[in-house]
Design a protein around this ligand. Structure first.
Ligand code: TYM
Length: 369
């Protein structure tokens, strides 16, 4: 029987049932009481996009006790960055501010080069350099944030080799569903990402690291937790916190580059492009006519414009609640809701583009070679 949905690090299909994934992956669900323990919790935590974890509570305990902790999350540069890619980095930045801890950001050009058939070696490197600017522009702390690219950071190969020796082919195949026709670079890559996840401990000795990621990346976490305490490494098991996916404009489960361009908002989109894409493609929970909408109201909980405001662009809880209620009662029309989102995204992107230009002057302060 065909599965109703599937989530792997390289493909997401179908309508994702997140409760089922918690059971399937063997993770813990994020509770309200856990979030209440976080200092200045980001709206992504408070509003439920982060739904699953592995020992986030233990990381938090060490962070609150003032023991050494770190955060790590990475990017596979196969294209320009879109809004969905921001989710783990925004949480990483917020936790860095709350707990003043180092953030490590590995860039896996090798992964995307192996996995994406039509991506050349040169393009993978160009996207890596391009994406690094977007990441620095998010405002991570200089001197406490370390970015490294797999093709140029020397410790990657030697430490991945130590890890690769601990992973049998059948384990990798069972965790990642590797296929005989996959190239052997792809087959080796899980050892590289396991190194990434342990990178803070290779650099600073054993301590708790937190990995905020989309749930599609959990297989790497599982693998790394299994080998972290092996006698040749002697590290602590990393903790993780997993997000649901930011949906695409048309309402597909995951905003992703495998979707049509019109279904994504890139960080490099112009104000005109944003306006056109939202107006034309953003799935609406509104009624077919203005009369019906005024009479029966819309459904904000399936409306993509509302969901983007909720997860990314409206930080103020009171304002968000008013938008929710006004849309539900029919007072706020779909076109008005879309205009609120368009203005918010364009204000964010205008600033982002400025900060990205500025980042060009500081790249060498973040990148380790
Ligand atoms: P990548 O580059 O595909 O995606 C980067 C991160 O963004 C998350 N993500 C999303 N989250 C919410 N909604 C979406 N629509 C969405 N699209 C992408 C991904 O889950 C991921 O967390 N292999 C990794 C890069 C990597 C990495 C690491 C991640 C390399 N080393 C170590 C964590 C730890 C990748 O290809 O992610």
């Amino acid at each position: 029987m065909k599965k109703e949905f599937s989530v792997t690090p390289w493909h997401v299909t179908g309508k994702v049932n997140y409760e089922k994934l918690i059971k399937e992956f063997g993770t813990q669900s994020v509770s309200v009481s856990l979030i209440s323990k976080v200092k200045n919790p980001h709206s992504l935590l408070r509003r439920g996009l982060y739904f699953s974890h592995r020992e986030f509570d233990l990381w938090l305990k060490d962070a609150q006790a003032g023991r050494k902790v770190s955060i790590l999350t990475g990017r596979g540069p196969s294209e320009k960055m879109h809004l969905g890619h921001l989710i783990p980095f925004l949480l990483a930045k917020s936790l860095q501010e709350s707990y003043n801890c180092p953030v490590y950001i590995p860039i896996s050009e090798d992964e995307k080069f192996f996995v994406k058939k039509n991506l050349s070696f040169k393009e993978a490197q160009e996207f890596a350099d391009d994406n690094v600017l977007d990441l620095i522009a998010l405002g991570f702390k200089q001197g406490k944030t370390f970015i490294a690219k797999d093709f140029s950071y020397l410790p990657v190969y030697r430490n991945s080799a130590k890890i690769a020796k601990l992973i049998s082919y059948s384990t990798a195949k069972a965790i990642f569903g590797l296929k005989p026709e996959n190239n052997i670079g792809w087959t080796f890559y899980p050892a590289v990402q396991a190194f990434h996840i342990l990178w803070p401990q290779f650099a600073e000795g054993p301590h708790k690291t937190l990995v905020p990621v989309g749930i599609d990346q959990d297989p790497f976490i599982r693998l790394t937790r299994d080998i972290a305490t092996h006698s040749t490494l002697n590290f602590q098991k990393p903790s993780a916190i997993h997000s649901k996916f930011l949906p695409s404009l048309t309402g597909q489960a995951k905003m992703s580059s495998s979707e049509q361009e019109n279904s994504l908002i890139y960080l490099s989109d112009s104000a005109e492009e944003v306006k056109k894409k939202i107006n034309k493609y953003a799935f609406s929970g509104g009624k077919d006519t203005i009369e019906q909408h005024r009479k029966h109201g819309g459904n904000p909980d399936i409306d993509i414009s509302f969901l983007y405001l909720k997860y990314l662009f409206e930080q103020d809880d009171k304002k968000l609640e008013k938008i929710h209620n006004d849309y539900k009662s029919g007072k706020l029309l779909t076109s008005e809701l879309k205009n609120i989102l368009i203005d918010k995204i364009n204000a964010f992107l205008k600033e982002h583009i400025k900060r990205r230009e500025d980042a060009k002057k500081h790249v060498d302060k973040f990148i380790l070679e």
